[in-house]
Design a protein around this ligand. Structure first.
Ligand SMILES: NC(=O)c1ccc[n+]([C@@H]2O[C@H](COP(=O)([O-])OP(=O)(O)OC[C@H]3O[C@@H](n4cnc5c(N)ncnc54)[C@H](OP(=O)(O)O)[C@@H]3O)[C@@H](O)[C@H]2O)c1
Length: 252
């Protein structure tokens, strides 16, 4: 288990769901890992569970000063980053007609602006040959009702991954995006929808997945670990869909 031996990885939003599962996988592959999030108790709990090699930093990715402080902490700890997994994100779903400026700004500030400036501000600390993975969504390329702002924030990430893959190629830094379909994580519980609405949504979604189930965080973590490792040394500027086939959307 040495795919990431001696690598330093930063995972934004690593106290829960896909980020936490990826932190487990990175550590199992020999990396040192820094995780972030906004909830201190959840970060402390995750770091306790992850054990040696894991560090937690409280940092709201929507706040550029907190990104600066995160970069400074990682610099003081390790003075380099080999793997940057930009994963922190929120979901809110509403019809275009009822969108508010506050919802729009909140989603874009976390999912896109935060991701953008995390990449921008970590660039000086990224090793040549580093791997950057942006956590997008099939919402970036599908037309699910109520996902206009969320999907837009993720489509912007896909674009960023492609542009960054060209800008950073001279430093042999690879940049890819990963686009999951429905994955069983705490994210839906944070949308503000009540439990029965979530169950109704999840049931309808499950029926649409050809494999008839939600994915699990560790499945996404294994894909991210592959992209982070030298096994993916010739892969950059690509988007990897992991969705049980839902995006195929067979006509019959
Ligand atoms: N689950 C799915 O079906 C699915 C599908 C496609 C894409 N995704 C994407 O996958 C990523 C991870 O989500 P998840 O499903 O694993 O959900 P999750 O368990 O809710 O994890 C989200 C993580 O992001 C952190 N986060 C949220 N806002 C943040 C902020 N402003 N600053 C710093 N950290 C922040 C959360 O920590 P705090 O709560 O402590 O801030 C948490 O660690 C997201 O980008 C999401 O859009 C999920």
């Amino acid at each position: 288990m040495t795919k990431l031996k001696d690598k330093v990885a930063v995972i934004t939003g690593g106290n829960s769901g896909i980020g936490l599962a990826t932190a487990r996988e990175f550590l199992a592959q020999g990396a040192k890992v820094v995780i972030t999030g906004r909830r201190k108790a959840a970060i402390d709990e995750a770091v306790r569970e992850l054990g040696d090699g894991a560090t937690g930093v409280l940092a709201d990715t929507a706040d550029l000063q907190q990104i600066d402080a995160l970069v400074e902490k990682v610099k003081a700890l390790y003075n380099k980053v080999d793997v940057l997994f930009i994963n922190a994100g929120i979901g809110q779903f509403f019809p275009i007609e009822y969108a508010t400026e506050q919802q729009f700004d909140q989603i874009m500030n976390v999912n896109y602006k935060g991701a953008y400036f995390t990449l921008s501000k970590f660039l000086p600390l990224l090793e040549d040959g580093a791997s950057v993975i942006l956590l997008s969504s099939i919402s970036a390329t599908s037309g699910m009702a109520n996902s206009s702002v969320y999907g837009g924030s993720k489509a912007a990430l896909n674009s960023l991954a492609k542009v960054a893959s060209i800008e950073l190629a001279p430093r042999k830094i690879r940049v890819n995006s990963v686009s999951p379909g429905p994955i069983d994580t705490p994210i839906m519980g944070k949308t503000g929808l009540d439990a029965s609405a979530i169950e109704q949504f999840a049931g309808a979604m499950r029926e649409q997945v050809p494999l008839k189930r939600f994915g699990i965080s560790s499945e996404v973590a294994k894909l991210v670990t592959f992209l982070a490792s030298d096994e993916a040394a010739f892969i950059t500027g690509s988007d990897y869909v992991i969705d049980g086939g839902i995006i195929v959307n067979a006509v019959l």
